[in-house]
Structure formats: C-alpha cells, structure tokens
Design a binder for this molecule. Structure first.
Ligand code: PHE
Length: 515
C-alpha cells in the first residue's frame, strides 16, 4: 500500500490502513453492529409477525435489500470518495474539496451525529457486556424458582382456587390451579412461561439499576478508547481483522444450529418469500431507515475511514463489499433470532432494545448445548458493537486531530469524556431520569429518533447532492480510475436523482404518515 509520504499530501503524519482488506473489514465492522443483531431481526419480526412464509417479513427484507442496492450503495461510494479525496475528517474533507464554501456544514453535522449516536449506542453496547457475564454464570437457569407460580399462572390467564374440581385442576408447587384442558400440559406451560418471563424480569431489573447502567456504559467507552488510542493501523485495523471473521464464524455456527432445529427450516420461506399485499408505507419507511442506520451511512464514519486510504486504493469494489457483509450478517442474525422464535413459537417480548436480551436466553435454554451458545451469542454482540463504537469515536477524534491540531491521545480522551457526559444521561434515562420525557420520549429515545430518523437521512441527501451535483466528473473520475464507465454512469445517476429523492420521501413521509 502507499506510504503517506508518497502521495504528495501535506499530511504525512496521518494514519493509514496497511491493506485494503483492513479497510474493508474496518468499514464493515462499523456497519455491522447492534443495528444488524438486534434491530434487523426485531423489525423483520415486527413486519412478519409469528406467521408463516409469504408474510410481511419477506416484503420487508426485499425492500430493505432494494434500498441498500439503489440508495445506500451509491451513497457509501460517495461518502468514501469524499474522505479519500479530502484526506481529512468530515469537516476537513469538505473544506479541502470545496474550500471557502459552506459544504463543511455537512461535516459538522456528521461529527455531531457521531457524537450523539455513540452516547446512546454505548449504553446498549454496555448491556452486552453484562449479558455475556450473565450467560457465563448461567444466570438464566434459575427461572423455576425465581418466578412464582402465581406470576406465571397469571401470565397464562389461569385462576387461583382452593376448591378441588377434578378434571381441570393442576398442582404446581403449593398452589392449585383451575385450568382448561389437561393439567399436565398446563404444568409444562407454566414452566415454559417462567423461562420466558425470567429474562424479561432480569432485563427490567438490570436497566432499572442506575449504577450498573452508568458503570457498563463507561466500561464500554473505556474499551472503545483503548482501541481508538491504538491508531488506524495498530488499533482499528488489527482489532477488526481479528474480530470481524470471528463474528461471522460465530453467526454461521448459530445459524446452522437454528436451521437444524425441529422446524427451523421454515425461517427461509419466512424471510425470503415476499407478498405484495403486505407492502405498506410504514414498511418501506422502516426498511429504508434500517438500511441507513445499519450501513453507518450519512454521518461521515465511512468518510473518515476512507480518508485513511492511499490515493491509489480502489474504492468501488470495497464499497460493494461493505453492504454485502452487512446484509449477510443481518440476514444471518434474523435466521438465528426469528428462526428460533418461530420454531419455539415464542412471542417477541419486551420493548425495542430489550428483545435481543429477553428472547435469546429463552430460546437457547431449550437447545442442546444452548448454555454455551448463549455465551457465544452475547460475546458476538459485544464484538459487533465494539467495531461500530470505534468508528463513531474515530469520527469525533479525527476532527480534533486534524482541525484542532491535537495529539491522538488528547483528542481521543477529550472526545470520549464529552461523549460520556451525554451518555450518562442516556444511561440514566432507563431509571433515575425515566420520568423526564419530551414528545413522549426519554432522553435516550429522543437521541435515537433524532439521529436515525433526521440527522442520518439529511446527511445522506447532502452527501448525494455534493458528490452528484457539485463535484465535477474529472474530480470523481480521478478517485475512481478503475471503475467501469457504464457502472460509473449508473452510479452517478442513482446519486443525482434516485438517492436524494428517495431519502427526501422517507424524511417527509415520516412526518406526514406517522400517526
Ligand atoms: N451501523 C451500526 C450498526 O448497525 C451503527 C452505526 C451507525 C455506526 C452510524 C456508525 C455510524 O450498529
């Protein structure tokens, strides 16, 4: 690869990826995260329901893949191109390409978005550390005694009675229940219900604890800081080269396990058979928003990684690899989470972020070897989240290094401290600050809404307009020397027209059509 001093730029001290694979894995590492492992399966299930094949899940997956191919893929290349040409952080890159204009606002917006996303993302990421620990000590196994008979029976809609009534009677522990149907079946159901309720119980208890929430959040920030302090080649590249393949391998193992469950194969029809009747505005909106968040597009994370490429590095093929890896992980995660849910007939429990923490332990309880698969799963969530948080912190730190002329250590520590101050409020919005809401959202929810529904799409439109309309062909061609001319033309058209129009529709649509 090109050494920095060979490229004639005045930034010889700037870090650089040692190999193209290193870049692709780092960029894919940024993309693959909680968005894939929690959000994608959750949305697939939301649109697909507990139904069989031909439901909304297939339609959601199809629209999501179309959004990736037609909107996000062109944008990924555009974002990386700006970084590679500007060779700076998001602000500096726009300044370098169009000096003296206000286009650097896109960069400032991106840095602010990265700052905000990291402050709430690391809270959820912190949960994965606790859940790795919970699964190592097998805390989920204590469900039979932890949940009382009456709680489980109530959840099943059975009535407590002291009368003896013969046929519909079931004895579990000290209680006698009047039930419809077979008492033995009821007892089995009672135990299954306890297994399902317990993780929810553990989860609510965990998020209600302010000390744990802040502690795990800070622990995750420290992990992120350690990797980002290592710099581009040493920390980010080396870390991703080990973590990304490990993650893919773990997911494949889990997917094989789920597919070989009784009825596990049904998930394939569920995910890949779309039906036009389930198409709705809400579904398209959901799929598009997911594509943005999941691919880390629109805020300069990919731009920043692109700035660590050499001038001769090829970016068109690398750009295609990122969504390919990202969607594979998302689909594998859906096979694991939704597949297991469908096979077990479990209903997705908990709200939003809770799903991956409440459903997974239940599922794996009843799989042979599940006790260790749970450990593997949460370790994987932690790793995936970490490769995303390092890209978020790097965006903010690179701005401080390039524009504020700070040393890497100073830049990383100051950025992380400021992000932590905001993040602590997010960690507390599940407990101490839960009562403080604006538009019916806690501070955490508000940040998530603002970033994924407003800031990322607006950033996406601006990047598309900048590269599609403002940059000249000769400038773009210089960075894309090896790109096939026909592919280049298609990319340019998608970037100029389809991407901004589609994103605008999402943005405007979510205000008009949201109830
Ligand atoms: N794409 C990451 C995920 O799926 C989240 C992220 C968004 C990371 C934006 C960086 C920038 O979890």
């Amino acid at each position: 690869m090109n050494a920095p001093e060979q490229n004639g730029c005045d930034d010889a001290g700037r870090g650089q990826f040692k190999s193209r694979l290193g870049f692709v894995l780092a960029a894919a590492g940024s993309a693959v995260g909680l968005g894939n492992l929690w959000r994608f399966p959750y949305l697939t299930y939301k649109y697909g329901g507990a139904g069989e094949e031909g439901g909304g899940a297939g339609t959601f997956v199809l629209v999501y893949l179309l959004c990736i191919a037609l909107v996000c893929l062109p944008l990924i290349l555009a974002e990386i191109l700006v970084g590679k040409r500007g060779r700076r952080n998001p602000v500096g890159s726009f300044n370098a390409i169009r000096p003296g204009t206000r286009w650097n606002i896109v960069g400032y917006m991106g840095i602010a978005t990265g700052f905000l996303i990291l402050s709430y993302y690391a809270v959820v990421a912190g949960w994965s550390i606790e859940y790795t620990y919970k699964s190592v000590i097998n805390e989920f196994a204590g469900f039979e005694t932890a949940i009382s008979d009456s709680e489980a029976a109530q959840a099943l809609g059975a009535k407590l009675t002291s009368e003896r009534r013969g046929i519909g009677e079931a004895r579990a522990g000290d209680s006698v229940w009047v039930v419809d149907g077979n008492p033995e079946e009821f007892k089995a159901k009672l135990i299954a219900k306890k297994a399902e309720l317990y993780p929810q119980h553990l989860f609510s208890q965990f998020v209600a604890n302010p000390v744990k929430q802040v502690g795990y959040f800070l622990a995750f920030m420290v992990l992120t800081v350690i990797l980002v302090l290592g710099g581009v080649a040493g920390g980010i590249e080396r870390g991703n080269k080990i973590m990304m393949p490990l993650l893919l391998l773990m997911l494949v193992v889990l997917a094989i396990r789920v597919l070989t469950l009784d009825g596990g194969g049904r998930i394939i029809g569920y995910l890949f058979k779309p039906s036009i009747s389930t198409l709705s505005w809400d579904l398209v909106l959901g799929a598009m928003g997911q594509a943005f968040f999941s691919l880390s597009v629109g805020m300069g994370a990919l731009l920043t990684y692109g700035s660590y490429l050499g001038p001769k590095d090829r970016i068109d093929t690398s750009s295609a690899a990122i969504p390919a890896i990202d969607s594979s992980v998302a689909l594998l995660a859906s096979i694991v989470v939704c597949g297991a849910i469908i096979s077990f007939g479990l209903a997705m429990t908990g709200s939003g972020t809770g799903n991956v923490f409440t459903a997974i332990p239940v599922i794996f309880q009843s799989i042979p070897g599940g006790r260790w698969l749970v450990v593997l799963f949460y370790l994987l969530v932690t790793i995936a989240a970490l490769t995303s948080t390092i890209s978020l912190l790097e965006v903010v730190a690179s701005y401080m290094i390039d524009e504020r002329k700070m040393k890497r250590t100073e830049a990383v520590l100051i950025s992380a401290a400021a992000i932590s101050a905001v993040g602590i409020l997010c960690a507390l919005s599940f407990n101490l600050l839960a009562g403080y809401t604006l538009f019916n959202m806690t501070f955490f929810d508000l940040l998530d809404y603002l970033c994924s529904n407003i800031l990322l799409p607006v950033g996406g439109i601006l990047i598309a307009v900048f590269v599609g309309w403002v940059m000249r062909h000769d400038e773009k061609r210089q960075e894309l020397a090896c790109m096939n001319p026909i592919v280049y033309r298609i990319w340019n058209v998608l970037l100029k027209f389809l991407a901004p129009a589609a994103i605008l529709a999402v943005l405007v649509g979510q205000f008009i059509f949201r109830a």
